[in-house]
Design a binder for this molecule. Sequence first.
Ligand SMILES: [Mn+2]
Length: 508
Amino acid sequence: MQLNELLKAKTIVVQCHNDPDADAIASGWGLYQYFHEKQKNVRLIYGGSKPISKKNLLLMVDLLNIPIEYVTALDEEPDLLLTADCQPGERNVQTFAAKQYAAVDHHRIREEGLAHLCAYEIKENYGACATLVWNLLCAEKDFTPSGQLATALYYGLFMDTCKLQEIYQQEDRIVRNKLEKLFDESIQKKLITHNLNLSELTIVGKALENVTYNEKYRFAIAEAEPCDPNILGIISDQINEVDGIDICVIFTLLPIGAKLSVRSCIGQAQANEIAHYLANGGGHKQKAGGMLTNGMLTKNTGITEITGEAVTRYLTEKLQAYFDDLDIIIAGQSSSIDLSDAPMYQKRRYEIGFVHMTDVYHVGDKIRLMTLEGDVDRVVDDNLYVMIGIEHEVYDNTRDYFESHNEICDEPFSITEQELSDVERLVCGVNTDTRSIAGHIGKCFPKTSQIRAVQASRPTKILAKYGNWLSGEPGDYIVSRAEDPTDMYIVQKRIFEKTYEPLKMSET
Ligand SMILES: [Mn+2]
């Protein structure tokens, strides 16, 4: 959907869900501003049983002059009613009559409601509706979002992803990178120091009183009453600090399922992996989140009624199974897998790209790489190389590592314009403008190295000799280098099959 498709309407109402949160207010305001600039007769409203009362939201509306109105009835039927951060017909969205309806949202699509919408933009997996609204606004050539709006959208994204700690969707991360350069820091500071109110403090207290603990695997589970994701995060942060608890999962029941906040302080079971395993979620190594939908909870689980107890039992069993199933290998020590007789492979000859970052940025500039394993911030110096891998993923190398593992080739790296623009979204300036790497990409070939490898039959963790934990799924390859069998690691099945080939006997 494009916003300009909606300009046929003369009177427009942008509606947030009842009891709107920061993401709904910011998203609604973004849409409102677009139509306002297009000279439409537009209002920004929400309904429900009570007006906003949370201090941070009152401050947000006040500091940014957001013209949001609490209404219980509309005098006139608008040509278009556009919902923000929700969809018409949902339980927490008051119904107002309108000639046509449209929706911008990041929650589960309400299939039965789609036929009643003249247009919609719904991305179920986005961490915040603000991301979606920002992209919609940026796609309109004759509209430039203000710094105030960027501040609101940043705060919406911040609050919906537990202070950005549980952000994992690439699109959310890309928009965060942009908003980070535009938002008003002094306003953001004021807002985040008023995040909690007293009743939320009570929710935190109640959740802390009812923790289920698994002694064998040192994990804890607790339920919180319905609350903002950031409250869940406060609870999980607190529980994870307890001696004897390595991992905790805190959830709250929402109409669409259980919202999870996950914390871990151990490398062999990182928070993002647990969140992915439990609910297709993600985040960072220590902090992550996800949404365990009602569908996931009832499918093949025997759960008929979704209660806090049922979810606690389900999470306990799933986590137990996770640890029961896990193979842990300490490289160079007691290994449960012996690779000395495993088949040998060698690297295929394939090209990858590299950028010497001082060709693009100044020494001292801070840049961010959005790697497959998460965001990595680096300070540019002569040693920093950014590599463009076989699937156009990006990662960093030091100069020594880069030079000893690759053969540099004089030809240019072949990449289409679309591929280049996709790669460029993954490398951005943090304390400086994002610069184009076009014209600076060299081509090289990884040097042939011989390895022994077997496919993992179970989920596997390796503590590599460099002290970092690596993880693999069944089917991924457990690898050790032929010249140093203690150097073990894991290569994803797909990448392995693209980059390695069996070594012929005559070559051994
Ligand atoms: Mn939202």
